[in-house]
Ligand binder design. Structure first.
Ligand code: GLN
Length: 191
């Protein structure tokens, strides 16, 4: 599989390393032409306004929208915000997922937290919950249209959603050594 990682800002190298550990050598994407021949794209965590503004400056917005109509895209944290159609404020968005997100919904950096989430769609995901790391994370306030809820935290708030081949997670699987989410995305790119 040819998997790209958007490398404008944020923790793209962490995604790179974990993909390599499951035998996929990804490419780093900064220019529209670097989307050619990719089967899927990861948009990392970082700062969604910065990623959006850089995507505008690099003329990536339309090419990314076109890419996402046919191919798999996974956004983690800031990447999930960038994939959404509504971030409850004015910033560049890809509008590829029918989700409304609320940025920094858990508070400031000091309010970052980690939690184990049972994730039935992952391999052995019931018995071995996924350790989810939240850093100034958004929540997915609502899903509509074709989007569906993948994961919630115990209070019911949505932290992962999927729409076709687009995947959004509020948390950062790239900051753990658990490769199951990356494996799940690789399977999605093949579907
Ligand atoms: N708080 C960031 C934003 O709103 C996201 C943080 C992250 O990606 N860890 O863009």
């Amino acid at each position: 599989m040819n998997i790209g990682i958007l490398a404008l800002q944020g923790d793209f190298l962490e995604h790179f390393v974990i993909m390599q550990s499951i035998g996929v050598v990804p490419s780093l994407v900064r220019l529209p032409k670097e989307l050619e021949n990719l089967d899927g794209l990861i948009i990392p965590g970082g700062e969604s306004t910065t990623i959006g503004k850089l995507a505008v400056a690099y003329h990536l917005i339309e090419p990314l929208r076109e890419f996402g109509k046919e191919h798999a895209i996974w956004g983690t944290c800031a990447g999930a915000i960038f994939l959404s159609k509504d971030a409850m404020r004015d910033q560049p968005l890809l509008n590829l997922m029918d989700i409304q997100v609320e940025r920094n919904a858990f508070g400031r950096q000091v309010d970052s937290f980690e939690i184990d989430l049972p994730a039935p769609f992952l391999e052995r995901g019931e018995e071995h919950p996924f350790h989810a790391v939240f850093i100034r994370a958004p929540i997915i306030k609502s899903v509509s249209g074709e989007a569906s809820v993948l994961l919630t935290i115990p209070d019911g708030r949505i932290v992962a959603a999927q729409q076709g081949k687009c995947l959004a997670t509020s948390f950062h699987p790239e900051l753990t050594s658990d490769t199951r989410f990356h494996q799940y995305f690789v399977e999605l790119t093949k579907s």
